[in-house]
Design a protein around this ligand. Structure first.
Ligand code: PLP
Length: 420
């Protein structure tokens, strides 16, 4: 059917058919996760008694914003948190993580990254090396930083964690891969990291960067012992609908603590108006389990199709999925550019644009990216990117609708690996 709309070569169509057959079991497994999470979500809405009036927001200070409180109650219920900050004033995932870390840490405390070097943008927040110098990094406020690198096979180094955890005030765990070629960590792995650290330091505060992880499994990191976690609404929990915002959720005392960094010391979570953001945030969150399932199915299909095309993606389509990202070495600048062009062509917005490599702040090599999304920069919608240097690694993520995601991926694979 796709060939009635796109010019797909017979040998590529044959791979598509084979991939759809091979993925059946994995698709069924991710649909079962969706079903569980969707009913959990429905119960969260009904148990919390969400009413149509809760779509009306506040202006100005936003004190006594009962609708915002209801949103945070529903969010907490669905995510297994005691309390949460769910706010449109969070402008990115990095912002939520920065607020959480600055809220939890004081001068002289140590932040320990237990799962290797954190996501690129956090280097500036923490003040690793020269990153963020002069911007008021954690380091410039007297917070110490240490990390336990991953082992050669990209697993947590439990011995290293046990050795360094006694000195840590906050333990940082990153669930998704960021720009490293590893699979996202399973909840079992996260649980083992937490147990290892708590065995030597029962009071350590465990923070999880949950970006890209929400609703990929039936539980969230708080269920395996994490104290607090953060994420972005233009990724998984916004369901492709919520246009901005982020969350910090977990233990009530810790959410309270970080809320004074979110607003101002002494003010806490009582302020923060919602204007007209609430309906879109409730709606996107409600849809998120289904949308994340579409994205995971798009990832599984892409991983299978790439493998059938002789490329080795991480993870494999048969692996467990704890995020919505696929990475693979495309092998050449032409293949990387071809792949990105195919994704762009298969996006609903700006499909006529041809992605060009460009300089990006913080990167030494040129970067190419494809994103034709309803929400600017949204990565729950289908998108991909990669730096123009060998081995030309490409990161593919998202897809709010599997049928459309499949068409985009098929176009991209043909463009990259079946040019003649
Ligand atoms: C996307 C992401 C972030 C940062 O989110 P931004 O919205 O890009 O600031 C942090 N950590 C991980 C693992 C991510 O995937």
């Amino acid at each position: 059917m796709i060939e009635q709309f796109y010019d797909i070569k017979p040998q590529v169509l044959a791979l598509d058919e084979k991939a759809m057959e091979l993925c059946k079991e994995q698709f069924a497994a991710t649909e079962r996760i969706r079903d569980y999470n969707q009913i959990k979500m429905l119960r969260a809405f009904t148990d919390c008694g969400v009413e149509a009036r809760h779509f009306w927001g506040s202006s100005g200070y936003g004190v006594w914003d009962d609708s915002r409180n209801k949103l945070e109650e529903v969010f907490s219920r669905a995510m297994g948190a005691e309390d949460a900050l769910v706010r449109p004033q969070f402008m990115s995932g990095t912002h939520t993580i920065a607020v959480a870390l600055f809220g939890l840490l004081r001068p002289g405390d140590t932040l320990l990254a237990a799962t290797g070097r954190p996501y690129d943008t956090l280097e500036g927040v923490i003040g690793i090396g020269e990153a963020g110098k002069g911007c008021g990094t954690l380091r410039e406020f007297g917070v110490l930083y240490d990390e336990v690198p991953l082992t050669a096979d990209m697993q947590p180094d439990y011995e290293g964690i046990a050795k360094k955890a006694p000195a840590a005030k906050v333990l940082h765990i990153q669930r998704s891969r960021g720009y490293t070629q590893r699979n996202a960590f399973s909840l079992e792995t996260i649980e083992k990291v937490i147990r290892t650290a708590r065995a030597v330091n029962p009071h350590v505060i465990v923070f999880v960067d949950n970006c890209y992880g929400e609703f990929t499994q039936t539980r969230e990191p708080l269920a395996v012992g994490a104290d607090i976690m953060a994420g972005s609404f233009i990724k998984n929990p916004g369901g492709g609908i919520t246009p901005t915002g982020g969350y910090i959720a977990g233990r009530a005392d810790l959410v309270e603590k970080v809320s004074h960094r979110f607003t101002a010391p002494g003010i806490g979570k009582e302020l923060g108006c919602t204007q007209d953001s609430l309906r879109d945030t409730f709606l996107g969150f409600y849809y998120a389990p289904g949308v994340v399932c579409e994205a995971v199915k798009t990832a599984i299909y892409a991983q299978c199709l790439l493998e059938l095309s002789g490329v080795h993606p991480v993870p494999r389509y048969t692996d467990e999925h704890n995020d919505i990202v696929t990475c693979f070495d495309s092998g050449s600048a032409e293949a990387l550019q071809g792949f990105c062009t195919g994704i762009q062509k298969g996006s609903p917005i700006d499909s006529f644009v041809t992605p060009e490599p460009a300089d990006e702040p913080g990167y030494t090599d040129k970067v190419i990216m494809a994103s034709g999304s309803f929400t600017e920069g949204s990565t729950i919608e289908i998108s991909c990117d990669g730096p123009l240097r060998p081995p030309y690694t490409c990161y593919l993520q998202g897809g709010v609708n599997f049928t459309a995601g499949r068409a985009a991926v098929l176009n991209a694979v043909q463009n990259a690996f079946f040019r003649d």
